[in-house]
Design a protein around this ligand. Structure first.
Ligand code: UGA
Length: 453
């Protein structure tokens, strides 16, 4: 099928490259000319596992444009995947989506009638809003026609976005239009039936069951996205709340999580206690759904508590350092990992930033190391006064404490015993509960996890 994707962020770019890989004819439109030039040159502007390989393998099926003037209205599907930032009060800024809808309305003619798909995470009612903007725009040119719109939320995790695109648990299609539903079923057929040869960089897991597809109203689809993210965020805050109690009563939360996770009704994923969630989605989406609820004078105390518990976890790390080192003024603290999670260079709402700011406020000197995200940090937060180090050895040198913030694979089996020799005080706060606490203790390291007795 001929597909136009508007927006080349994480969602647009991964969806576009996956659809091109599956054999669709994809055009990716982004108004950021520089980004489009880089993409044309074969450069991938984000760090996403397997993306450059998949883009390279599908380059004959994908083209990049930066202007609506190059838009070929003879497409089957237009996917809107532009940003929907938070306005600051929880409300979602829909202006980018609306601008795209207007441009679509300006560009379509009598003959063209693509399906319009909202993939950006958008508030309830946005499918209807997009439809009316396009139809109103067409009316200005005396073109009277009904536009078929669908809400098709994505459930991609950053870092695993291609894996989640090729091997999803489910695909949600929210639409009132039979034509839109059939078009999207067609688009996703290779994924739904798993008929494609897996890309070398994104292998199909053994025994992968065919994904489910559910068709709903646009409103249900929009709510599914918010409910899914709120639930996942709640699961993490739930285990973090119990981690606090585990510490007081002397239990180990990793054992508790294992014990409850084996109950199939609960499930073991997203039960890793630690410094909590960050990233561009959970914080924004929980704030947005609370904002929507408030417009209906409806309270959502579970979601509110989810948010509150999460941000407390970041302070907890500082309390742990204080309880061991007593005074942080003048102490040197090393931050192992900056990205909000491994396999990405994304720093949006990253716990590392709050922890660093908190430490600096208390007068500590902060050193940092991250295998991928340091360049981003330098660029985006030039005001943050930290020492960037070139290696873990340099990071540990002279530190009074180390905080493991991001559980990069390469941090899991570092020679901690040797590294600790470089420290002034052998203190490690494991913010992700991923280190072998007994082994570290045996090597004379003071180990502090989150909720580990
Ligand atoms: C999340 C959802 O997982 C995706 O399904 C969704 O599509 C996406 O948001 C989105 O709305 O676009 P993402 O933010 O990329 O994906 O990252 P996750 O893997 O969900 O991790 C989020 C945060 O939770 C990370 O900071 C991670 O470290 C933390 N986390 C995760 C925990 O603290 N404990 C866990 O057990 C799991």
């Amino acid at each position: 099928m001929k597909v136009l994707i508007v927006g080349s962020g994480y969602v647009g770019l991964t969806t576009g490259s996956a659809l091109a890989y599956l054999g669709h004819e994809v055009t990716l439109l982004d108004k950021n000319e520089e980004k489009i030039m880089r993409l044309r040159d074969g450069e991938v502007p984000i760090y996403e596992r397997g993306l450059s390989e998949v883009l390279d393998e599908s380059k004959q099926n994908i083209q990049f444009i930066s202007s609506w003037n190059d838009f070929d209205s003879n497409v089957d599907i237009v996917i809107i995947a532009v940003g929907t930032p938070n306005k600051g009060n929880g409300d979602v800024d829909l202006s980018y989506v609306e601008t795209v809808a207007k441009s679509i309305g300006e560009k379509l003619d009598e003959k063209s009638n693509p399906i319009i798909v909202n993939k950006s995470t958008v508030p309830i009612g946005s499918a209807r809003r997009v439809k009316s903007i396009i139809e109103d725009e067409l009316k200005k040119r005396n073109i009277l026609k009904e536009i078929d719109v669908a809400s098709n939320p994505e459930f991609l995790r950053e870092g695993e976005a291609l894996f989640d695109t090729f091997y999803p648990d489910r695909i949600v299609i929210g639409t009132e239009s039979e034509r839109a539903k059939n078009s999207l079923l067609n688009l996703y057929q290779p994924i739904l039936e798993q008929t494609f040869t897996p890309p070398r960089a994104v292998k199909r897991p053994e025994g992968f069951p065919l994904p489910s597809v559910i068709t709903t109203s646009p409103t249900s689809a929009e709510l599914i996205k918010y409910a899914a993210n709120s639930f996942l965020a709640m699961k993490i805050s739930f285990i973090n709340e119990f981690a606090g109690l585990a510490e007081l009563v002397g239990a180990d939360i990793t054992e508790v999580a294992k014990g409850i996770g084996l109950d199939k009704r609960i499930g073991s994923r997203f039960l890793n206690a630690g410094i909590g969630w960050g990233g561009s989605c959970f914080g924004k989406d929980t704030a947005a759904i609370l904002h929507t609820a408030s417009q209906y004078n409806y309270e959502m105390p579970l979601v509110e508590a989810t948010v509150k518990t999460n941000y407390k976890q970041r302070e907890l790390v500082i309390r742990k350092l204080q309880s061991e080192l007593k005074v942080l003024r003048g102490a040197t603290i090393g931050i192992l990992g900056l990205a909000f999670k491994p396999n990405t260079d994304d720093l949006r709402d990253a716990p590392s930033l709050d922890i660093i700011r908190g430490l600096i406020e208390l007068g500590a000197n902060v050193k940092v190391f991250d295998p991928v995200a340091m360049e981003n940090c330098k660029k985006q937060y030039p005001d943050i006064n930290v020492i960037y180090t070139e290696s873990v050895e340099e990071l540990f040198e002279g530190c009074d404490g180390i905080v493991l913030v991001t559980e990069w694979e390469e941090f899991l089996h570092l020679p901690y015993q040797n590294l600790a020799e470089r420290m002034k005080k052998k203190l490690i706060v494991d913010g992700r509960n991923v280190l072998d606490k007994e082994l570290l203790k045996k090597s004379g390291i003071i180990y502090r996890g989150i909720g580990r007795g």
